[in-house]
Design a protein around this ligand. Structure first.
Ligand code: ASP
Ligand code: MG
Length: 400
């Protein structure tokens, strides 16, 4: 039996929390499982490191930022190994170099390409608890990379897939996956199970429990996930391909405030203009999300799309530099937007969910700017100031 256990920043915030985690890892080993532990940086370490870098410049070098941020995980894994060793348990900490874990080259948002499991296997066979830095990798330039904020979940699932672990347990400060963020909707309830597809939508839409790429990997390799709390022994939420539960129409409501909107106007009304714009953004690794295109009265095209808040300045700089090439006449942006979404496998087979959703938003006077849908999700872009209110109203509409 092999278990990968991942603990988030709040679960290793100080030495007392680290001892608690150590005890849980020891208990797992005593149950007869080999144990690989993946850790995030302690508490708010990553946020603080970013804030320090931003005191130097608003847009620090992405390579250097990765060099800086990965120190956080190296602190937590070494302290965890020391704690275990001081408790008389064999343990070893490994960073991305030592495993090694290879990624693509894009700093700040790298993806795993290959993980060599030999070193980890060797340490496990020597009866050690192996503690691995989350969030980091190495690229072909022999540089350190990071997987994007929240990326430690992805490290854990990628390791679980590579090692054919029996289960990947993601420990956090909430009991599992809720129908909405319990801090916003106090009567949200914990789901016992959720499918990969639903979780994928929830994760990419701001339900911050799991990094969305970790769910993609889990689905691809069939890794069963258990999301639970490091502070209690409650049952948690299982993420898997199929759920047994009687299907609710909607499984959750989520809001994502980490969004900014960019509008590009005056493009020529020809096929190439949209292609050139999207291609340029893509070449520069800018992921765009909700997008609409419209034709103005003057016969020019406008394209509006969303990016993460952290990508907004970079996207605007890029578009400004390429204004002539793209034929942009007007460029504006808005940071005060949020995405609200309802998610559920039931949307596929039931009509009327959209009408119900927009009716609910209208009843609290919240206007919607852009809309996108998938088979199991409906998303609307709204004013960020109303995001929490909208989530509460939608939860009440679909669950009460
Ligand atoms: N420490 C990193 C972050 O705060 C990675 C993680 O916690 O998953 O984003
Ligand atoms: Mg996280």
């Amino acid at each position: 039996m092999l278990t990968v256990m991942k603990f988030g920043g709040s679960s290793v915030a100080d030495l007392e929390h680290i001892r608690n985690v150590a005890n849980r890892c020891i208990a797992k080993q005593r149950e007869g499982s080999q144990v690989v532990v993946v850790l995030s940086a302690m508490g708010k370490t990553t946020d603080n490191l970013i804030a320090t870098a931003k005191q130097i410049t608003e847009q620090p070098s992405r390579r250097e930022l990765d060099m800086l941020l990965t120190t956080g995980e190296q602190v937590s894994v070494s302290l965890m190994a020391m704690t275990l060793i001081s408790m008389g348990v064999s343990a070893v900490s490994l960073n991305a170099w030592q495993v090694p874990m290879h990624t693509t080259s894009n700093y700040q948002n790298a993806r795993f390409k290959r993980i060599d499991s030999e070193r980890i296997r060797k340490e496990l066979d020597a009866n050690k608890i192996v503690i691995v830095t989350g969030f980091q990798g190495i690229n072909k330039y022999e540089d350190i990379t990071t997987l994007g904020r929240g990326g430690s979940d992805t490290t854990a699932v990628a390791l679980a897939a590579e090692l054919h672990a029996d289960v990947c347990e993601i420990y956090t400060d909430v009991d599992g996956v809720y129908t909405a963020d319990p801090r916003v909707v106090p009567n949200a309830h914990k789901m016992t199970e959720i499918t990969y597809d639903e979780m994928l939508e929830m994760a990419s839409l701001g339900a911050k429990v799991l990094h969305s790429r970790c769910v993609e990997i889990a689905k691809k390799y069939g890794v069963e996930l258990l999301v639970c709390s490091s502070l209690n022994h409650n049952s948690g939420t299982i993420v898997r391909e199929k759920t047994k539960m009687e299907k609710m129409l909607i499984s959750g409501v989520a809001a994502d405030k980490n969004v900014a909107k960019i509008r590009v106007a005056g493009l020529g009304n020809e096929p190439n203009s949209t292609f050139r714009l999207l291609n340029l953004l893509d070449k520069n690794k800018l992921n765009i999300d909700v997008m609409i295109q419209s034709l103005g009265k003057d016969g020019t095209k406008s394209v509006s799309f969303t990016v993460t808040k952290s990508d907004m300045l970079r996207a605007l700089d890029l578009l400004n530099e390429n204004k002539d090439y793209l034929g942009i006449k007007k460029l504006d942006s808005d940071e005060n937007v949020a995405k609200v979404s309802v998610i559920g496998a039931g949307i596929r087979s039931h009509s009327g969910v959209a009408a119900k959703m927009f009716g609910a938003l209208a009843s609290i006077d919240v206007n919607t700017e852009m809309v996108t849908t998938s088979e199991i999700r409906i998303t609307a872009l709204i004013d960020e100031a109303y995001a929490d209110l909208a989530v509460r109203k939608l939860h009440e509409t679909f669950f009460d």
